[in-house]
Design a protein around this ligand. Sequence first.
Ligand code: 2AM
Length: 590
Amino acid sequence: MPSPGLLVLFGSQTGTAQDVSERLGREARRRRLDCRVQALDSYSVVNLINEPLVIFVCATTGQGDPPDNMKNFWRFIFRKNLPPTSLCQMDFAVLGLGDSSYAKFNFVAKKLHRRLLQLGGRALLPVCLGDDQHELGPDAAVDPWLHDLWGKVLGLYPVPLDLGTIPAGVPLPSKFTLHFLLAAPRVCSEGQRVAGTDPQGPPSEQQPFLAPMVTNQRVTGPSHFQDVRLMEFDITGSGLSFAAGDVVLIQPENTASHTQRFCQVLGLDPDQTFTLLPREPGVPCPARLPQPCSVRHLVSCYLDIASVPRRSFFELLACLSPHELEREKLLHFSSPQGQEELYSYCSRPRRTILEVLCDFPHTAGAIPADYLLDLIPPIRPRAFSIASSLLILVAVVQYQTRLKEPRRGLCSSWLASLDPGQGPVQVPLWVRPGGLTFPQTPGTPVIMVGPGTGVAPFRAAVQERVAQGQSGNVLFFGCRLRDQDFYWEAEWMELEGRGCLTLFTAFSREQERKVYVQHRLRELGPLVWELLDRQSAYFYLAGNAKCMPADVSEALTSIFQEQGGLSGPDAATYLARLQRTLRFQSETWA
Ligand code: 2AM
């Protein structure tokens, strides 16, 4: 029987769905099945009708939304005019990745599964519900599901006996080969990164704009626990344009010392240059890597050596290890029995790829350069709300685990380390339109709730609305202490003085009892109800994703009950309707 041409399509926000998809691809290749792995939005959906077997791997983000790289597919698949037999050729299975602490747990995967059935697809298995909250992470659900999946797939398409499978301990060929150049080329690879000079459309992930940093200034008071920076970039001539609610994406780099240490442990010469070639035709090289490229550039700008490794990292490392003891340990970490130990060695203390490699020096020193891109994921860009043209607020992430070295957020620490006072500094960035979109109908009021750095997008919104002459701007801001972390205090006061803004503040630590934005919302229940119900106001929420969004939603539903006389279920329906009609929007981050 011919190979069925298995297709794995993923929608991934943080990289987990992509990692699971690539694992599926490897497992298929070990079973000698032909398999393509692609992001949903890079696949031409009109071809779906010809696919015999598709595995969808989809994450659900915060509020039940699909990841960015499957948004077009999402719109397509829910088009009303798709005939109900569109997918009658297809066997499919949906693997979901989500977080059960959110109300809409694995919403995307469940909804997709139902839709594919509706369109005539045949489900091989029930939806897999991977859960970040599980002590062992999503693998606790993914492992047994994959086991069942292969049972089904191989039942349909048996591997020819004479071929057999490729055993787990043997590495599969690498995706790319690195051809090292003997003499360094005249054009330094780092210099080629300058993009936007010959732009093909606006700056993008493939072609970011190298924006000069203008200021980088701490805005929290000296006794505040957190280092929060206000950063400004010069985007003159970039072709970038944006509206309030858009976010800027920034491509961070590894620190020079991490880059150096990595090269040392792997025995790589950072000054060597190479060209990258895909092993199989048709596989594109990463657009972000210049050709030729130096090892230093690859490590500092591309390989995410400061991220916590996934299980697939240990699997491949075990295959590549020439050292018996290290290999044994790595094999254990990648086996189902070793997952608890792997969790306490790696995920819980947030141990990084670089630190793990230092713990396995004999293996690290023997990694063939060709495998670097299979082993280590690329550095992901980070999103920041735009506070105006082009200003962002960055909380510098640092925390302690049981490891001696404090854990640092890659992007915020890198940005904080840049000092435009010491000479020119450039940051690769581009803009993604609207997490939040504001009403254009004149006279529509907006209620904005933005504690902490959550206030950033509302500064851009208030500026834009005031410039348009729109009134009805109501802002709820919360911070710890007025004199330590009240961002843009003078500006808000000035706008309030001019009658352009109604501001309500919640200083959580200025009295014994904590006062948060949701407490202020409740106190002002009659006003909130009047604005939402009588004046059709839009409601916005931005900030920390942990407890605040749920607390604010709860405050709202109790306002609907107290002020609107709605029952509990009716209040929940009222909120759901606001969400559906985009009159309740949120942008939250971890
Ligand atoms: P705290 O740190 O004193 O607990 C910005 O970070 C502000 O948000 C701070 O005043 C912080 O208070 C507050 N905050 C913390 N948890 C919150 C929650 N669940 N809801 C609303 N605000 C919260």
